[in-house]
Design a protein around this ligand. Structure first.
Ligand code: 1CP
Length: 358
């Protein structure tokens, strides 16, 4: 049962392993959480989804808080992540967004031209999405681990807005970026402001760390990222610094982008499975914490194979400034007991200090 919505003054444990690791401080055990840890891998989530759509869950503080807590109770992970979606602020500012089962977010009237920018209006969480802060307040009263707030990255949200839905190549979005860089920049600046407003509200209500999911940036070349995305993401991270909580930046397939990503100013960078953690660490500025990077497919493999894959990730991990995670979201077919087992493996691991630490 959820406690009442009263806001207490307790700021929560700032010494939680997740926060210590994100700040690069020593930890007793390696903290672990899973992207998409709430969701279809859990029967208790599927039970809630039988009576409510994803948007209905996010708009109901009681349901959203319940679903956020499910993986924390079950797996003993070191963090909760707010149950929401990267597109919910778009819906809250008036876009017709439908989350289609098996597909993802579909936007009825995409943004394609300079003229379409007139349809964008500032996101005011207290007015447009009061359920957001209310959910965080409910969670703060219940949680013994830090809550991670999140928002979509500007490129990734722009890809949904311009494409009108999921896309493998982001061809239309990149097309707008190349053909009309001024409109593109205005769109990305708007989306950075949406993320800033959303995360400021989440942190004010009690989120203890934030993650920007810029999942699809891996489809960009280094030059494209530097010219058309990096300045906006850097401004976003500068703005987030004022919130005073650790800031994580995640994208898929970013090995080639880690040079410019190092200039974003993130406290931690999430890596997918394509690049070893040690190599990722070499490409990022010293002092950047790492998060990742078990292939989610490994959680579907026979147990001995999974255990070897977890050990391989841990062998690559830095001795401090490290949070275990998957390289992308939990696959819906994952056996939840396997996720619990991964948490046990990571918590039992004791790092052998490396001769040379950066
Ligand atoms: O109805 C359902 O249950 C559908 C599945 C689902 C869920 C559980 C969607 C549709 N969104 C969510 C919740 C969600 N989305 C969370 C909270 C759950 C948790 O982490 O515990 C989070 C953090 C997201 C973030 C999100 N949504 C991202 C970034 C992370 C990533 O996976 O790269 C993206 C790209 C989305 C868009 C989205 N929403 C849903 C789907 C299936 C997709 C991806 C569509 C695509 O492939 O483009």
């Amino acid at each position: 049962m959820l406690a009442s919505a009263t806001v207490d003054a307790d700021p929560g444990p700032s010494n939680a392993p997740l926060l210590r690791a994100l700040r690069g401080e020593p930890v007793d055990h390696i903290p672990v959480w899973f992207m998409r840890q709430a969701g279809r891998s859990l029967p208790e989530y599927r039970a809630v989804r039988e009576r409510a759509t994803l948007m209905e869950i996010t708009h109901s503080p009681e349901l959203a808080a319940e679903v956020t807590l499910q993986p924390v109770r079950r797996h003993g992970v070191d963090a909760a992540i707010l149950f929401s979606d990267i597109v919910t602020p778009l819906e809250a500012t008036g876009f017709d967004v439908e989350i289609r089962p098996g597909v993802g977010p579909v936007i009825a009237e995409p943004i394609r031209t300079e003229r379409d920018l007139r349809r964008l209006r500032p996101f005011e969480p207290a007015v447009d999405a009061p359920w957001l802060a209310e959910t965080v307040r409910l969670l703060r009263a219940e949680l013994s681990v830090p809550l991670i707030g999140f928002a979509g990255g500007p490129f990734t949200l722009a890809s949904y807005l311009v494409e009108g839905g999921p896309s493998k190549t982001q061809a239309r979005a990149k097309g707008l970026m190349l053909a009309d860089p001024v409109t593109w920049r205005a769109l990305l600046d708007y989306l950075a402001d949406v993320a800033l407003a959303s995360l400021a509200a989440q942190v004010a209500a009690g989120a203890r760390a934030v993650q920007i999911f810029d999942s699809w940036i891996g489809s960009l070349s280094v030059g494209q990222y530097e010219d058309h995305v990096l300045p906006v993401v850097r401004r976003l991270f500068d703005g987030l610094a004022a919130l005073g909580v650790p800031r994580i930046y995640f994208g898929l397939g970013t090995g080639h982008l880690l040079g410019p990503i190092g200039a974003v100013g993130a406290d931690a960078v999430g890596l997918d499975w394509r690049i070893p953690l040690s190599e990722g660490s070499r490409r990022l500025p010293a002092g950047t914490a790492l998060q990742g990077n078990l292939d989610p497919v490994a959680a579907l493999a026979p147990l001995p194979v999974l255990e070897a894959e977890v050990a391989a990730v841990l062998a690559e991990a830095p001795g401090h400034g490290y949070v275990f995670n998957l390289g992308h979201g939990v696959a819906p077919a994952t056996d939840p007991n396997v996720l619990t087992h991964i948490v046990e493996l990571v918590h039992a691991h004791r790092a052998v200090p490396r001769a040379v630490e950066r």
